[in-house]
Each structure stands twice: as C-alpha cells, then as structure tokens.
Design a protein around this ligand. Structure first.
Ligand SMILES: C[S@@+](CC[C@H](N)C(=O)[O-])C[C@H]1O[C@@H](n2cnc3c(N)ncnc32)[C@H](O)[C@@H]1O
Length: 212
C-alpha cells in the first residue's frame, strides 16, 4: 500500500523528532540503564513507556528508536502514545513525514526504521509495531498502569492549575514506583506532588516516583 503524507498541524501541537536532545541523553545514559537494572532484579522483561500528548508521533517514535537500540536481547518494548486530537493521531499512525521533518533523525535510524516514500519517509516494521496510538483526554482518569517511563512534555504548559493537577494525578497513577517522568523544560513540578521527587542528571532534571 502506498503511504502518503498528510499534515494538519497547528502551532500549539508542534513537535519534532528527538525534540530537546538533553532529554534523550538523559533517557539514554540515565533512565534506560536504571530501568533495565531494576527489571533484571524484578525478573520483568518488558519496558512500558507512555508518551502523553504525542501530537503527530515524532516523540513516541523517537523514544522507541532509542529503546529498540539499547534494550538487551530478550526485552520487549511497549510504547503507548496518546493524544486528545484524533486528526493528529491519524497522521501519527500513518507515520509518513516529509523530508524536512526527519532531518533530526540520525541517518542510521532512518535507514533501519523508515522507508522512502514520495517527498519523504515512512515508519516501517519493528518501529511501527513498538508504538500503539490511542485517543485519550489526559484530564480523564487513565487505564494505563505499570509505566516505567512517562513523557508529558509541552502539554501542561497550556493548562490551568486545576487541569494540571488532574493530569498529574493520571500520570502518577500510571507510573510504577521507581519510574521516571519527563516534562517540558518550562513545566517544573517542583513541590506539586510529594510522591514525585526531582532528579538532577547531567543533562536535565526529571522526576522519579518514590512512593505509591
Ligand atoms: C505542543 S504538543 C507536544 C508534543 C510532544 N509531547 C512534544 O513535546 O514534542 C502538545 C500536544 O498535547 C495535546 N494535548 C493538549 N491537551 C491535551 C489533553 N487534555 N489530553 C490529551 N492531549 C492533549 C495536544 O493535542 C498536542 O498534540
């Protein structure tokens, strides 16, 4: 089947592959090794990640490429990506991007996880299988559980205090104790929730769930 590029994105929905390199460095060098170590001790071999407010899919696909690269043999990867905007999710599931939007994808990933289409590239194979898209409003209670890593970046910034509080409750509900939360650089949660402690890494500050 021929995959074609369709785009309906607006400014508040903008995203990019590997947006904010410092987050992906922290994921690569700090979070993934910590979660692998924890899982080896617990005897669990599935890494479960939630990309909350995923827009057209660049964030969950970026996370999935890095994880597919780094997870040891025998580990499974489940990336659940959610957004309230069903039109964006059609693009995300389609996974077809013009050349200008894959500029930040390292060449070796482009070769391994994408196929050429007229005017751009389309996500293929293992990468497509690793990411599942669901239409959900983050203000509603979530059924997601057991997440090892949650990304909710550049979403809370558009919400008032009450909405942020209910979204945070959902994110926290989905997280395992010992799991990590990434927010956007302008979305500090400092002091907002006692079950999340901030963790300063060499690359960025993120949050760890320290108790139920
Ligand atoms: C600026 S984009 C951020 C995309 C990506 N997380 C990133 O940082 O590149 C914000 C996304 O959050 C989604 N969003 C905003 N409020 C939401 C809500 N209440 N529930 C689910 N998604 C929401 C928007 O539809 C949009 O796609």
């Amino acid at each position: 089947m021929q995959v074609t590029i369709v785009s309906s994105i607006t400014t508040s929905k903008l995203t990019r592959f590997f947006r904010n390199q410092s987050h992906f460095k922290a994921l690569e060098y700090f979070v993934i090794p910590a979660i692998i170590e924890k899982k080896l001790i617990e005897g669990d071999r599935t890494m479960r990640i939630w990309s909350a407010g995923c827009s057209t899919g660049e964030e969950p696909y970026s996370i999935a490429m890095l994880c597919l690269d780094l997870l040891p043999p025998g580990f499974e990867l489940e990336v659940t990506a959610t957004d309230e905007d069903s039109h964006l999710l059609i693009e995300a599931r389609n996974g077809a991007y013009p050349e200008s939007r894959v500029e930040d994808v390292p060449h070796r990933y482009l070769k391994e996880y994408f196929g050429p289409i007229p005017g751009g590239y389309s996500v293929t194979g293992k990468l497509k299988e690793a990411v599942t898209f669901e239409c959900r409003n983050l203000k509603d209670p979530t059924a997601l559980r057991d997440r090892d890593v949650v990304f909710c970046r550049n979403v809370l910034i558009y919400m008032d205090q009450a909405a942020r509080k209910s979204v945070l409750a959902s994110l926290r509900e989905a997280m395992n104790v010992g799991s990590y939360l990434f927010t956007g650089d302008a979305e500090s949660l400092l002091g907002v929730d006692a079950s999340l402690e901030s963790v300063k890494t060499a690359w960025t500050t993120l949050y760890r769930k320290v108790r139920v």
